[in-house]
Design a protein around this ligand. Structure first.
Ligand SMILES: Cc1ncc(COP(=O)(O)O)c(C=O)c1O
Length: 377
């Protein structure tokens, strides 16, 4: 056979971490045999217990996805109707949407240039008598300034919720990231390092939240004849939980492969003028969820031009988070958004690019990506 020019396969930006199909088939047989496919089954309960240990937290409540989990976290804290919740616009749509779905008003705060998380030094200026909570996002797994946010929350009597969708297994000084604030949400979506295809959880230390969150996740049904609250259906089913248990056995291996890939990228990219690699603080363990780079003015291309260049070469990258939430039709016309100082967000949303990042990305492909960045290809 005559081979013509070799066509490079598309390089995806991410790939789901999936357990071996034979192992999935094996647990599916067991679930089918038990006929218990959802509603707090045995896989669900075992996964919750194992996650308490992996995440080093007191309580884990599992959910069918991270968005319903976050919605429930905000609901569980009984914030006054219509009150203001300070949050970041440099996040996925679900974060501010969950605030609005709870009939609360998101007030957007600027972010820090280094971590790209909510800027704790700018929070106090936004606090009014109507402020009831802060929702921080540990974006790309970089932790928010949890200690400063805690001090502010105590001073003003605010609740704190963290969106840790990107920060599975991250620790600050050996403390699981799910221990900070009142409640933390993790997403187990297929794109996440640890996934249950769709899924998520809440973590918290307050024992009194166990029953509240159980009820809110299960239509308010506490027992056969007792409906205690106006709950939603947020339950994780047995198939999701079983996939989660299998993935718990392999996520560390994936993390290790990503750590090696990060080292490879770091070594290469740190030599390229005009590209900044955000650095994880030394006391924080990296979750290895994303590999973001920041395109500075002295790089020959803008972020958008670089994105297009990659695309033309069949390499998919992500302008994560462009647009910022404050650019969405549903938020941009709010007076507080129009008046807000969001200078760092509005700069970084045009500079950040997430590169392909997953354990099965070959060294060859990673080198090709670096070559494109460095104008060698
Ligand atoms: C920062 C952030 N928050 C919330 C979510 C929503 O989680 P889920 O997709 O599990 O509903 C995601 C993404 O998936 C996210 O990236």
């Amino acid at each position: 056979m005559i081979t013509t020019q070799k066509v490079r396969d598309k390089i995806l930006v991410t790939q789901p971490v999936l357990p071996e199909l034979e192992k999935v088939n094996c647990v599916l047989e067991k679930i089918w045999g038990s006929k218990w496919v959802t509603n707090m089954g045995q896989y669900h309960n075992i996964l919750g217990e194992r996650l308490e240990r992996v995440l080093k937290v007191k309580h884990v409540s599992l959910f069918n996805n991270g968005t319903i989990a976050l919605l429930t976290a905000i609901k569980a804290l009984n914030l006054p109707q219509g009150s203001e919740v300070i949050t970041t616009p440099f996040t996925f749509a679900a974060t501010p949407h969950c605030i609005c779905w709870n009939n609360l008003k998101p007030v957007f705060c600027d972010i820090e240039p280094d971590t790209m998380c909510i800027d704790a030094d700018k929070i106090e200026n936004l606090i009014t008598p109507n402020t009831s909570a802060i929702v921080g996002v540990h974006v790309y797994g970089f932790p928010c300034n949890v200690r400063k946010i805690d001090t502010i929350a105590k001073k003003y009597g605010l609740k704190v919720i963290y969106d840790a969708a990107h920060a599975f297994s991250t620790e600050i000084d050996g403390v699981g990231i799910g221990n900070f604030g009142d409640i933390t949400m993790f997403s187990f979506h297929a794109t996440k390092l640890f996934n249950t295809i769709e899924g998520g959880c809440l973590t918290y230390n307050d024992d009194s939240l166990v029953r509240k969150i159980y009820n809110l996740r299960n239509f308010g049904i506490q027992s056969e004849e007792l409906v205690e609250d106006i709950g939603i259906n947020g339950k994780m089913n047995e198939i999701q939980a079983a996939i989660g248990l299998l993935n718990l056995d392999i996520f560390k291996d994936e993390q290790q492969k990503r750590a090696e890939l990060k080292l490879f990228y770091d070594n290469y990219i740190s030599e390229i003028k005009g590209i900044r690699i955000p650095r994880m603080p030394l006391n924080v363990t990296n979750s290895y969820q994303y590999y973001p780079i920041v395109i500075e003015d002295d790089y020959p291309l803008t972020r958008n031009e670089l994105y297009e260049k990659f695309k033309s070469m069949n390499i998919l990258t992500r302008k994560y988070f462009y647009p910022a939430c404050t650019d969405y039709e549903c938020y941009k016309n709010d007076l507080t958004v129009k008046l807000a100082d969001l200078s760092v967000v509005n700069d970084l949303k045009n500079r950040v690019l997430c590169l392909p990042f997953y354990g099965s990305l070959s060294k060859n492909d990673a080198a090709f990506i670096c070559g494109v960045l460095n104008f060698e290809i």
